[in-house]
Design a protein around this ligand. Structure first.
Ligand SMILES: Cc1cc2nc3c(=O)[nH]c(=O)nc-3n(C[C@H](O)[C@H](O)[C@H](O)COP(=O)(O)OP(=O)(O)OC[C@H]3O[C@@H](n4cnc5c(N)ncnc54)[C@H](O)[C@@H]3O)c2cc1C
Length: 240
């Protein structure tokens, strides 16, 4: 896979403890919505046992000008060095990787089950599908503790008028600790919640993405609800 150098334009906090990094799109780099890059820091001042490379999904859609990576800011040297990057500094991207992309050519709805930073490839896929005016039914179930923690919430709350085939179901699991208002669902994503929006759970193709424990819990829930493994696609953010 080719390697590119991408220059940081700016960084911004998109939720409590979560940052987005906007890079100039290197010439020649193309990817499909949902794919990821191996991201390597260039000459970082400190390093750690896991090294200077991490996998990050592209949070931006291919049509967007900026290349956006987003991450929970953790305690490793990698995350500290990423956070310290200033505009104009470069990162190495080995890309594109992965096949967590929207199915084509079948009429089954696509149902995304995600939480926390697992939202990155979902943002890319949904925004690209809306931009392309795909007549594909897409539902996104997105779980977080509270709105303050929820990355890209506004980007994903696209109205029915703008995207008639798209349904966004945000759910918060810990609203007691929130200072914001929330009109959407509360509690974990479960079979009962899915059944409020999907008449026959066995029909859609499901896309599960996020930390491994969440992906495993969602997979178990779907299998117990009678969904066949052939209808379940998974992307584990190993490392969390
Ligand atoms: C295909 C794929 C796509 C991915 N896409 C994304 C993405 O878009 N965004 C994203 O954020 N991640 C993504 N990941 C995960 C990413 O690659 C990293 O593994 C993840 O961000 C963790 O980074 P980190 O190792 O620097 O650890 P941190 O985030 O710093 O921490 C990870 C874990 O280690 C613990 N920890 C950290 N520092 C210490 C310490 N000093 N002592 C003890 N424990 C510590 C933390 O508590 C935490 O549980 C993806 C992974 C894959 C495989």
């Amino acid at each position: 896979m080719p390697t590119y150098q991408a220059k940081l334009k700016f960084k911004r906090e998109i939720a409590d403890g979560t940052m987005a990094f906007h890079f100039e799109k290197p010439e020649g780099l193309t990817f499909e919505a949902g794919q990821f890059a191996g991201c390597t820091l260039v000459n970082p001042a400190e390093t750690d046992a896991k090294g200077n490379t991490r996998a990050f999904s592209f949070a931006s859609a291919p049509y967007e000008n900026d290349l956006i990576l987003a991450t929970r800011m953790g305690g490793t040297a990698f995350k500290r060095m990423l956070k310290a990057m200033e505009p104009g500094m470069e990162i190495k991207l080995n890309a594109p990787h992965g096949s967590f992309t929207l199915h084509k050519g079948i009429s089954a709805p696509a149902v995304f089950l995600t939480g926390g930073i697992g939202v990155t490839p979902v943002r890319s896929i949904v925004l690209q599908a809306i931009h392309d005016k795909l007549s594909q039914r897409i539902l996104v179930f997105y779980s977080n503790r509270k709105p303050e923690d929820t990355a890209f919430l506004e980007d994903l709350m696209v109205s029915h008028d703008e995207a008639p085939d798209y349904t966004f179901v945000g759910t918060m699991t810990d609203m007691e600790t929130s200072g914001r208002e929330w009109q959407g669902e509360t509690g974990f994503i479960n079979k009962a919640m899915l059944l409020k929006y999907i008449a026959d759970l066995t029909l859609p193709v499901y896309y599960l993405v996020g930390p491994p424990a969440m992906v495993a819990a969602m997979h178990k829930m779907l299998v117990e609800a009678g969904v066949g493994d052939g209808n379940i696609r998974m992307e584990e953010f190993s490392g969390y």
